[in-house]
Design a protein around this ligand. Structure first.
Ligand SMILES: [Zn+2]
Length: 338
């Protein structure tokens, strides 16, 4: 039977939410990952040092201690001063920029990314070595939003060459090409964008649990993402963008955007890399590249996986919360060994 050990798997883009949802989903990530970059888009975005510290504590409270899970906190981007950033820098690993209104709880985001007015903040971040994570979409036609944002990435990369810019959850061939063009651009790639296209979401019966922002794109886009991931290109790392919503908010007229993948991500990545004879590259994609890009030390946690059929639960429940994972009730071919 085929087995592998993954050392210190990191999820470099994770939504843990708050309150009851946090209590449900945080242990599902901490069980199989060694740490994660925690997104700051709560209903009141995380934009003060106090809010970072308090949110971190709520996450710690939600996770079993023995899971040994490292929390890399982020701030919600605003035009912060250098004094503020100096004060908060030891508490955070990055700052996340959302264009206003582009995804869940991003209403307080940036109206326009003006490299002149925002220069003091970007320069201070570069100087203090704080990476900038970006949700790179315009408010144009849904299939073109990421492609249209490429010029903004280029402008940022050129104007702030010392600023580390992470293109979050890239979904297009255009982004796959751009990430290699500038030394200071990097990217996260999700599990679902490595696996699905728009056909899986809306080509047949509508699949609300696969509806996400950025929306899944074309076959050639998925192929470009797979190539970067499977080759463990040093400019990319795994970030699940696992984004839970209550079952009723997904199976609803007005379906919330987000795919919940945290509990199955590692297993399905093993399956994908195995099917492509690239299992040797999984360690880099899911840990080493992230350590290099973010300058973090891997932890001593390791996860054992084996090639055995596993049926994904239909739903994960805790108190009154219910979340449906990707591949609910379906078979995947790798599982975590206890
Ligand atoms: Zn996200």
């Amino acid at each position: 039977m085929k087995k592998i050990v993954i050392n210190s798997p990191f999820d470099m883009h994770l939504h843990l939410r708050d309150n009851e949802m946090l209590n449900l989903v945080a242990p599902l990530s901490s069980k199989t990952f060694a740490g994660a970059i925690i997104m700051p888009n709560l209903v009141s975005p995380i934009d003060t040092k106090q809010a970072v510290i308090e949110y971190k504590q709520r996450i710690i409270n939600a996770i079993p201690k023995e899971d040994n899970f490292q929390l890399f906190m982020t701030l919600f981007f605003k035009p912060y001063t250098k004094e503020f950033l100096e004060d908060v820098k030891d508490e955070i690993s990055a700052i996340k920029l959302y264009p206003a209104g582009i995804t869940t709880n991003s209403e307080g985001g940036v109206e326009s990314i003006d490299t002149v007015t925002l220069a003091p903040t970007f320069n201070a971040m570069a100087e203090l070595n704080i990476p900038l994570c970006v949700h790179g979409e315009t408010n144009g036609f849904v299939m073109d939003r990421e492609k249209e944002f490429m010029s903004v990435y280029e402008e940022l990369a050129i104007a702030f060459p010392k600023l580390k810019i992470i293109m979050e959850h890239i979904t297009t061939k255009d982004a796959a090409i751009l990430v290699e063009k500038y030394d200071n651009l990097y990217a996260t790639i999700t599990l679902h964008h490595l696996l699905i296209t728009l056909d899986d979401v809306a080509g047949g019966m509508l699949q609300p649990h696969l509806f996400c922002k950025p929306i899944a794109k074309r076959y050639e886009d998925r192929e470009a993402l797979q190539k970067l991931a499977l080759e463990a290109n040093p400019k990319v790392m795994f970030g699940s963008d696992s984004a839970p919503h209550p079952q009723h908010a997904k199976e609803n007229c007005g379906c919330a955007a987000g795919v919940f993948t945290a509990p199955i991500a590692l297993q399905v990545l093993a399956q994908l890399f195995d099917e492509n004879n690239k299992l040797n590259n999984l360690q880099k994609f899911i840990s080493s590249n992230a350590c290099d890009i973010y300058n973090i030390k891997p932890s001593s946690k390791s996860i054992n996986l084996e090639k055995t059929d596993f049926t994904v639960p239909e739903v994960y429940t805790h108190n009154n919360q219910k979340v449906v994972p990707m591949y609910a009730a379906q078979k995947i071919s790798w599982r975590i060994m206890c």
